[in-house]
Write a protein that binds this ligand. Structure first.
Ligand code: ATP
Ligand code: MG
Length: 434
């Protein structure tokens, strides 16, 4: 039982405890392996950016900017925001550092915490982590398919199965305005059946009504006009090309004509990846189906920051959702180093000699555990037993004076005394035999 402490983590924020770390590490490790194979380079941007970057990029009428931003005013009077997503910061850095003059596409990946003032619930935090991919300067749908493939591979390497990729196109500035009008007309006549938020969305950003997680809004949505019936030629061609690329892979995709993204800057392709197994559990638990990965194409964002049109594609993994799924399903995490040797020391002088001896084992890359705070041999052997090491080294007063050390085989209790300068080699030889 956790003892009640005077302080708790802020609402919606959580500690990632030592026992959870191997899952998180595994997610980042697999992600980085894939990113590097595909020629992505790591970038780190500040956790704080100018608030305006998000208002202009992510969009002032999005949930994120409207309701979910953590903002602060600096002593100098600047308005900053804790990043709610990676893309705007990376796009800013791209122009700020002249990456626009590098060979394209410029492929970047980033990992770290993001912040959104959300209503906390299962799979929804106010500080969470993302693994993020961005490609700048490529308009071919081949990139859309490749990035989707990368995220899918990442989840399947982490041992997720029964994955489903939802894709859609949300058009561009050519075709979307007309579709938005159609959609607004449709929802306006059914306004009474929508939630209060959607009534407002209807006025400021009608596409977001499609994204609402309320059941009653989803019911109204079921008969709404579909954007794929209203794409312009260019968007239609791009979408068809994406589906052709996806058909060439074994990726289990599904066209969801109502999939939109919560951000303003998306154009053409949008996608989300779900685990059907997790979604089923979420449904049984009465919570909404959470995407593990989401992203899409954003050909209009960079122009807002740098004046130059640069097509782009990106997406992000919700690391908490993935790590929690891995843990729940018992998927493998990063292996922890398991010590195979224990050092027991008896008294002051042996304790002093131990520090150096432990370091010799570290240099030899032989994991060794100890319990320097304990003095009784019995307590130390009990600890060694618990750790299930194969050997315990016993260093007493006499051994220190003789320059020797005792090696005890834990399964038989057999003991042997060896010269202390040979102990690392002796242990290495013995461990090899097992
Ligand atoms: P949702 O529709 O679930 O709110 P989103 O569209 O806001 O997601 P994105 O901005 O695309 O999500 O973020 C990418 C991924 O980050 C999501 O697919 C999800 O896995 C994860 N994510 C988003 N919000 C949260 C949150 N509050 N807590 C934990 N993970 C999150
Ligand atoms: Mg959201």
């Amino acid at each position: 039982m956790a003892r009640k402490s005077k302080f708790q983590a802020p609402t919606g924020m959580h500690d990632i405890l030592p026992e959870d770390q191997p899952y998180y590490q595994r997610v980042f490790q697999v992600g980085e392996e894939i990113a590097q194979f595909y020629g992505f380079q790591r970038i780190e941007t500040p956790i704080l950016e100018n608030l305006e970057l998000y208002e202009k990029g992510t969009g002032a009428s999005t949930d994120i900017v409207e309701k979910q931003m953590f903002t602060l005013k600096t002593k100098g009077g600047d308005m900053l925001a804790l990043r709610p997503e990676f893309t705007p910061g990376i796009a800013r850095a791209y122009f700020e550092h002249g990456m626009v003059d590098r060979p394209h596409p410029v492929k970047l990946y980033a990992t770290g915490p993001v912040f959104r003032y959300e209503h906390p619930q299962s799979g929804r935090y106010r500080q969470f982590h993302q693994f993020n991919l961005e490609v700048f300067g490529e308009q071919s749908a081949a990139i859309d398919a490749q990035v989707i493939q990368m995220f899918y591979s990442m989840l399947s390497d982490l041992k997720f199965s029964h994955l489903i990729i939802e894709v859609n196109s949300i058009g561009d500035s050519q075709c979307r305005p007309y579709y938005k009008k159609l959609l607004a007309n449709y929802f306006r006549t059914r306004q009474n059946a929508l939630c209060a938020d959607c009534k407002r969305r209807l006025r400021i950003n009608v596409l977001r009504v499609l994204d609402c997680k309320e059941e009653k809004c989803q019911r109204v949505r079921a008969q709404a006009p579909q954007i794929i019936d209203h794409l312009c030629d260019e968007c239609k061609r791009h979408f068809r090309s994406l589906l052709e690329f996806l058909d060439e892979t074994d990726l289990p995709y599904h066209l969801d004509p109502y999939l939109v993204r919560g951000l303003d800057y998306y154009t053409k392709t949008v996608f989300e990846i779900f685990s059907e197994r997790l979604a089923q559990q979420e449904q049984e638990g009465g919570v909404s189906r959470n995407a593990l990965v989401a992203g899409g194409r954003y050909d209009n964002l960079l122009k807002l920051y740098g004046g130059k049109e640069v097509p782009a594609f990106g997406g992000a993994v919700g690391v908490e959702r993935v790590a929690e799924g891995m843990r729940r399903f018992g998927f493998p995490a990063v292996h922890e180093i398991v010590p195979r040797v224990f050092l027991a020391q008896l008294g002051d002088l042996p304790k002093k000699k131990s520090i150096r001896l432990i370091e010799e084992f570290r240099k030899a890359r032989i994991p060794l555990a100890e319990s320097l705070g304990r003095d009784s041999l019995r307590a130390q052997l009990a600890r060694a037993d618990k750790l299930e090491v194969q050997y315990t080294l016993i260093l007493g007063q006499r051994e220190v004076l003789d320059n020797t050390i005792v090696i005890r085989r834990m399964d038989t209790g057999e003991q042997e005394t060896v010269p202390s300068e040979r102990v690392v080699e002796e242990i290495r030889r013995r461990l090899k035999k097992i």
